[in-house]
Design a protein around this ligand. Structure first.
Ligand code: NAD
Ligand code: UD1
Length: 371
């Protein structure tokens, strides 16, 4: 059992990972500023895990509590210092950090690059400084397949060229570089490196996380009009939007629509558990792993799978390609299988079943269920 700090734990991937980590017996401290999430998600995680959520101040952590929420910003250095210090003072020093907090909208990052560098890069640097000061040197970091830009080969291995094509990707790349520097592996090209500096770090490059917990109690709740395919499709299925716009049917793919590697968010959450356990039981190292299924699905494959899951028609119209899109992005997940003994377990049909259950029970996301 470890004491873990989960930044951004109220978000889409963070909330599902909190549940998996509570079920694995860990104690969690969540730090989130709720800029893109709701505390309702964590209340529901507590319900599903059969525990209670305690809300606290960074200076007042009471021990021992299984699941504690602190509202705060990763850029707030005094808040971080107080959090690490008070966890230590009550006999529960933080053993490791799982760092989800950040901004993730590609289009917004083009409009607001300073904000993206501030939250994603400066925020992570402050967090790492606090960890270093308090002798906590284990981190699992949310990186992204967006680093591969327009990939030269698919399936994409971890050794593929890193070529971000927007400020969001550039900010993830900057953090990856900072983590390599900390681990004493600057310029490392190999996905597994011994860390000369005592840090245990996993840089996890997610492909396309989608779906929801099978209970339908927690799921993805994007603000406004979704940019991403999966939440858009579920909102069409539930009648919140009239039709899907398919960005291009002239891609060099079997049906002409874009192909992606969709990964069930519960598979992804379990990947974090395995990465954490691997780091905690190993010598200091820098691990860089793709988390994906290795299977590609086109936009029309997802439409068909969601129609089958929801038993509803999903109207769509074809529009021009979206600028910045790649034709095909699919992971080579072999290294994660070898290193973590982890691979995805859930199919596209299960992704749609669970995503639909969440959308149907919560047509307006957590806004419906604030209690
Ligand atoms: P999300 O927006 O649902 O979760 C991020 C959480 O961080 C939110 O709860 C938000 O309120 C919080 N947050 C943002 N800025 C903060 C700050 N300054 N201080 C404290 N908390 C802050 O996003 P997600 O989909 O769960 O993604 C989690 C991580 O995974 C992000 O770093 C994202 O870049 C990365 N990622 C996501 C995807 C994806 O498709 N969802 C793909 C690749 C990588
Ligand atoms: C997008 C981001 C990527 C980020 C990821 C996070 C872009 C260019 N890429 O990836 O950097 O890491 O989200 O999840 O924004 N599609 C439609 N209609 C829609 C929405 C999407 O046809 O309304 C198509 C897209 O053209 C693409 C596929 O669906 O072929 C998947 O799109 P999306 O869900 O946005 O994910 P990515 O583009 O892979």
């Amino acid at each position: 059992m470890a004491q873990l700090l989960i930044t951004g734990g109220a978000g889409f991937i963070g909330s599902h990972t909190c549940l998996v980590l509570l079920e694995a017996g860990h104690q969690l401290l969540v730090l989130d500023d709720f800029s893109n999430s709701s505390a309702v998600a964590l209340k529901r995680v507590a319900e599903l895990a059969g525990t209670r959520l305690q809300r606290d101040q960074p200076t007042l952590i009471k021990a021992p509590d299984t699941f504690t929420l602190v509202e705060g910003d990763i850029r707030d250095a005094p808040c971080l210092d107080a959090l690490f210090a008070s966890a230590k003072a009550c006999g529960q020093p933080i053993d490791a950090v799982i760092h989800f907090a950040g901004l993730k909208a590609v289009g917004e990052s083009v409009q607001q690059p300073l904000r993206y560098w501030d939250v994603n890069v400066v925020g992570t640097q402050r967090l790492l400084s606090a960890m270093d000061q308090h002798n906590c040197r284990t981190m699992v970091f949310s990186s992204s397949a967006t680093l591969y830009g327009y990939p030269d080969q698919v399936p994409i291995p971890e050794t593929a060229p890193i070529q971000p094509i927007n400020p969001y990707g550039a900010s993830k790349h900057a953090v990856e570089e900072l983590l390599a520097d900390l681990a004493g592996c600057s310029g490392a090209a190999e996905p597994i490196q011994a860390s000369g500096a005592g840090w245990r770090i996993a840089r996890l490059r997610y492909f396309n996380p989608v779906g929801a917990h099978p209970s339908g109690r927690i799921g993805e709740d994007p603000n406004g009009i979704p940019n991403n395919l999966f939440p858009f499709i579920t909102q069409v299925a539930v009648g919140r939007r009239p039709e899907l716009t398919v960005f291009g049917d002239d891609w060099p793919t079997p049906d002409g629509t874009g192909v992606r590697d969709y990964i069930h968010v519960m598979d992804l959450a379990e990947g974090h558990r395995e990465a954490l356990h691997s780091l905690l039981s190993a010598d200091p190292q820098l691990l860089t792993l793709n988390l994906g299924s290795g299977q590609g699905a086109s936009v029309l494959d997802v439409v068909k799978a969601m129609e089958a899951a929801s038993q509803r028609a999903i109207p769509y119209r074809i529009a021009p390609r979206r600028p910045g899109d790649a034709a095909i992005t699919v992971a080579n997940p072999a290294l994660a299988a070898q290193q973590l003994h982890w691979r995805t377990q859930r199919s596209l049909a299960e992704i749609c079943r669970d995503g639909w259950a969440w959308q149907q029970a919560n047509p307006n996301g957590y806004g419906d269920g604030c209690r």
